[in-house]
Design a protein. Sequence first.
Length: 535
Amino acid sequence: MNRFIIALLLGGLFAIVPRANAFYFGGFGGFAKKPTVTVVTPKANQHLHGDTLTVSGKAAPNGGSLTGVYVQLNGGGWVLASTGNGWKTWFATETLDVGTNVIQVYATNSKGKTSATKTLKCFYDTVTVSLAGTEMTVNGGDYVIDFGTNTFSMNSDAEFDLNGVGTYSNTKLNGVSSKLKLTFTAPPTATNNPAVVLNFDTPDSGSFTDDSGDNSFTLDPIDTVVPGSVSGILSFDDGSTYSIPESPLIAENPNPFKVKNPLTIWIDQPYPGSIGDRVSVKFTHLVWARIQWVEINEPTGYGTVIGTGTTSDGTDTVTVLFDNSAFVSKTDLFAPISGLPVNIMSFTVTNSDDSVDSGQFTYKPYSPVGALFTATTGSGTSYDVLNFADDSSGNYTRTSVDLGGNVTETNAGTFSFTLISNGTNDFAPSSVVNKTLVMTNSGGFYESVQFTGPSTFNETNSYNSGTNSDGNYAYSKLNSTNASARLTFTSGPTLNFTNFISVTFTTTNFGTFTTTNYDDAGNLFTNYNGNFRLQ
């Protein structure tokens, strides 16, 4: 019996018509399809690191129009999602619980139909794995730990033994806890290397248990104030004062990768220390990677000054005998990094009893605010854990040991630091009288300008076959690193020509230049740039 006969027999009461894999019963108003809903964010089982989450997604009515999308978190009340286009896209903001969170979503349409309920889990991870650049305050201030990338400094006003520096690791255990291990490297009396489990209630607070019992902590970001190197006067309130020479900066030379041990290094000023000084030098290290040289690291070499001098053109030098020759290689390239200091590690100290001594020191930052200053003289070594409040003052704890390793002194107090920072040197001179500006570039350009007086000069250049020319100049210091000069020629083949020179000092006496030349009619005829040396 076909459908036509069925329809006649039933008198048209209803008709059965195939439609989209379902039957439509016209005589009774029919069955509409359910709406659908999709969650776009978060993804199922996603680990999140903030307690505020915007749940978002899409929906389709499949008949009629959407009348709502409803969101539930962790079995709480159903919340009508927000929308700007009739819930085709939607969102709802929820506050997560620590750990596992269950999100449920459904949609409704104007036909009175409700979608299947979508259910997914996500996780609010409170654990903070990277502690770098943060300060952990324990029990409201019993002590603080300041974290660098993989080193730390610890400071306490209440307990002397809680001051020290070292290395650390922080390993994630799960979404809410990590294992923090501290390994003290100084002072020598700091032998306790604790490992504790940090339980995070929020990403910046929580608790842990150690031998002293239960402890609370907070984490806060901290600005870097610790100087990278030291030179100047370091004074402690116990009456001791250390005088540390200003470290000269490494100057560029024509053959930076021609190295040997001992190594003569070009520097930007006469060496201010003494023969026998301990120094450190940072090198660039390059390896050949099939088609080009690639820098892989910047190792530091330590050595002893065995000589000072100048080159034939007047550049100052220092000769260092390094402890090892790892930077002398037949395959790799090494070079002292220009613009960085030859760090002098020697000092003289006036002690609290007004006696004067000398020795060698090391200085190393361990956190954004903490560093270790180690001073060795003929009688022993003192370890000062410095906690900087700013770049020129703070508090310290000191442990001194004799040559046999026995503790001879412990004290604490405040320190002040009169810095001589190479990073803020005023490189550009106020006057260039009796100085010579030598400008070169890789294209063979050469020009030497000797400033013979307050307003006169003598010039030799490569583009005029080495002809000497005289003239008048005006020099202006623009700021600590920039200056300019205007040369007006009064003799030679460039009579009445004008040369404008702009220089940028990258270190004392060295930098880059741009020179622009105009003929006697005011027409531009040359424009060069390159490196200069002021000697």
